[in-house]
Design a protein around this ligand. Structure first.
Ligand SMILES: [Zn+2]
Length: 679
């Protein structure tokens, strides 16, 4: 097996050289960041890898500010900063701390969010917590090179811990990381022949290949590319799945062949939401090695298929826990949300596609906070786009259990409890990236500060904004001396009419749906203001239904909610949420004539701005009761598919940001155009 692997790898190399012959000298010049002084803070791809469009900055180059800093503090004061104090699975007996407790994915998952969070807010308490896990991991590799708890030799949890170690290295330069990785990968290259990737590791191979490429770019050890080839060969072929996509319907339990105590069969793995979320990075990552254009375009095929058959207005796809169709009452798991975000962050770096940034923001500003309570002390396993009740009851999920949409410690299963922490920190560290042209680019917008060096010159950019609530974003430049470099700004597709103002000059138009690149000599005090028009708009959804959006935010009708504590769970609790107001409304809006009035309201609570108390923007619409639309088994039943005509009066309805409404209607039927009761 090893022999054939080497042969096919050489073929890949030969193909790569032929395909990119014209670019070879350019790639060679970029093969080491020392040869490109404009990019001192990032590490570029080495030959024979294809060139990234952008390069992620090291973890500590970007600091959160404003509401984002507040959000990370809320996270640190919630489950993320305390989970290990009362949840045994990441407690002191964890196998990843040398104990005899949980020795699989939960410790690494927890660290994958805790560690970047600790660095981003420079919290000594959380840094100390992270350090214990890192130290145990780096000081206990086996003589063979294997690392992690000896009582569990599964490849999969190590894939997660490797991602943690890359972040630790970038934040601290701890050279033990390189040593442990080198010997582990060397061991794995020998061991995979007799103990190949299987189950979760087989379907998530690309997340290890990501770290293998990361290390190759730092050491240049060609054996690592051989390992990447072997992972690809043994891993599941996601490209093929989406070249002839067969999972076009809501998954049926009886088709999966699941059995208690047994690993899920292949069909269950292929339709598994989190697997599909993680796989979004597989083709672009593999393109770095294969140079095959069909790998490069793989993510577009994946997203198109998931959108078409399972898409949700949040930019996610339904999966509860298997692909579940486009009904807005189906759920999506929090792990799938944070893993989709991480995949998009990786793919944007490789491909530089602005539309992936639009999707990243949409998920980060809607689906991520929606699944968590205001204080980040409880989360849902599954969130629904239309969510009328969160109670302990069986729902029309594909395979998930009756706890799935409760807000709590570990509803349904504890994976999200351990894995959710990476969402905000990794989004924060991806707000800016270096461009391989020797400049920088804003990938997503939130208040923050970037510190880097360009052409050897220290450069700092203060980004001030209330985005996503306001479309005005201000960048203040500090450079040690005047320096020429390109500055890219992502202009979202919805931002038609976007303008850029430089130092008070007349505004210049920027093209929506692309990166606008400003090339000039920058000096301290330069101020760039980006104006992204944020008119409220409607978007058609299935069967005469609509959703309401403004900028990257989705708007929902909040349902008045009665919260009831179901049980105490250590330092937190499990909660049910029951509706106390009517929810079945049709909206009097359509794409041609959206009668939407915005009402701006500043936060006064000081709480998370993404929540109801702090939500700054409301959208006013008119609608009427659609009495034929009824609840069925705790979910909104089938929506009227034709325009709703009824004698009910039109009422003024106030919509709030999706994440602020824990019970909500987001996808609405519409009223008929010639309704006699209309005004
Ligand atoms: Zn999960």
């Amino acid at each position: 097996m090893v022999h054939s692997t080497r042969r096919s790898f050489l073929k890949v190399l030969a193909g790569a050289a032929a395909a990119s012959g014209a670019n070879l000298s350019k790639i060679a010049a970029l093969a080491n960041s020392e040869e490109k002084p404009g990019l001192a803070d990032v590490v570029l791809n080495r030959l024979p890898l294809a060139e990234n469009h952008f390069c992620p900055f090291p973890l500590t180059s970007i600091r959160p500010k404003g509401w984002l800093l507040n959000q990370l503090h809320i996270q640190a004061n919630g489950l993320s900063g305390h989970l290990d104090e009362f949840w045994p699975d990441v407690g002191p007996q964890s196998g990843w701390l040398g104990g005899n407790g949980e020795a699989w994915e939960r410790g690494p998952y927890f660290l994958d969010g805790l560690l970047p969070l600790a660095h981003l807010i420079q919290d000594d308490r959380l840094l100390e917590k992270s350090r214990r896990w890192i130290d145990w991991t780096l000081t206990h590799p086996a003589p063979s090179g294997m690392f992690g708890p000896a009582q569990n030799d599964d490849w999969w949890p190590r894939i997660v811990m490797l991602k943690v170690l890359t972040q630790h290295y970038e934040a601290t330069g701890d050279s033990r990381v390189i040593e442990v990785m080198e010997s582990y990968f060397s061991y794995q290259l020998r061991a995979l022949g007799s103990r190949p990737l299987s189950d979760w590791g087989k379907y998530r191979w690309q997340d290890e290949a990501l770290t293998v490429v990361w290390l190759y770019n730092r050491t240049g050890n060609r054996k690592l590319l051989q390992l990447a080839e072997l992972l690809h060969q043994q891993g599941y072929n996601w490209r093929k799945q989406f070249e002839s996509f067969e999972f076009k319907q809501k998954t049926r339990l009886q088709d999966l062949g699941l059995a208690n105590g047994k690993l899920p069969p292949d069909r269950a793995m292929q339709t598994h939401g989190v697997n599909n979320a993680m796989a979004l990075k597989s083709s672009a990552l593999w393109w770095l090695i294969s140079h095959d254009p069909d790998d490069r375009s793989g993510v577009d095929r994946q997203l198109a298929a998931l959108d078409t058959y399972h898409g949700m207005p949040t930019g996610m796809f339904s999966a509860d826990e298997h692909l579940a169709g486009r009904n807005p009452s189906q759920g999506v798991e929090l792990c799938a949300v944070v893993e989709t975000m991480f995949s998009l962050e990786q793919v944007i770096a490789i491909l530089g596609d602005a539309s992936l940034g639009d999707r990243l923001e949409k998920i980060a500003y809607n689906a991520l906070p929606a699944a968590l309570t205001h204080d980040m002390w409880a989360h849902q396993y599954d969130q629904q786009t239309n969510q009328i009740e969160c109670t302990l009851a069986q729902r029309p999920w594909t395979t998930n259990g009756p706890e799935s949409n409760l807000f709590g410690l570990e509803p349904n299963f504890g994976c999200c409890t351990a894995n959710m922490h990476q969402g905000w920190p990794k989004f924060t560290s991806s707000l800016w990236m270096a461009s391989t042209e020797g400049g920088i680019a804003a990938i997503a917008y939130a208040p923050c500060e970037l510190k880097t060096r360009i052409a050897g010159v220290p450069v700092q950019i203060e980004e001030e904004t209330e985005y996503p609530f306001d479309g005005r974003i201000s960048f203040l430049m500090h450079t040690e001396k005047p320096t020429r470099f390109p500055l890219g700004l992502r202009i979202p597709r919805w931002a038609v009419g976007a303008k850029i103002v430089l130092n008070g000059d007349p505004p210049e138009a920027a093209q929506a749906g692309s990166f606008t690149v400003l090339k000039r000599e920058w000096k301290s005090g330069d101020r760039i203001t980006l104006e992204l028009p944020m008119a409220a708009r409607t978007r058609r959804w299935d069967d005469n239904s609509v959703v309401v959006e403004r900028g990257p935010l989705l708007f929902s009708l909040p349902i008045e909610t009665a919260w009831e504590k179901l049980r105490t769970r250590g330092m937190t609790a499990d909660w049910e949420a029951r509706p106390k107001s009517e929810w079945n409304y049709a909206l009097e809006v359509n794409e041609l004539n959206p009668r939407l009035a915005e009402m701006s309201r500043k936060s006064t609570t000081g709480e998370s701005v993404l929540e109801l108390g702090g939500a700054r923007i409301r959208v006013e619409v008119r609608g009427k009761k659609a009495s034929q639309w009824k609840a069925e088994n705790g979910v909104a039943g089938e929506m009227p598919s034709t325009k709703v005509s009824s004698p009910e009066p039109l009422e003024k309805l106030t919509l709030v940001p999706y994440s602020a409404a824990k019970l909500r209607i987001t996808v609405f039927p519409v009223t008929g155009p010639s309704d006699p009761s209309g005004e």
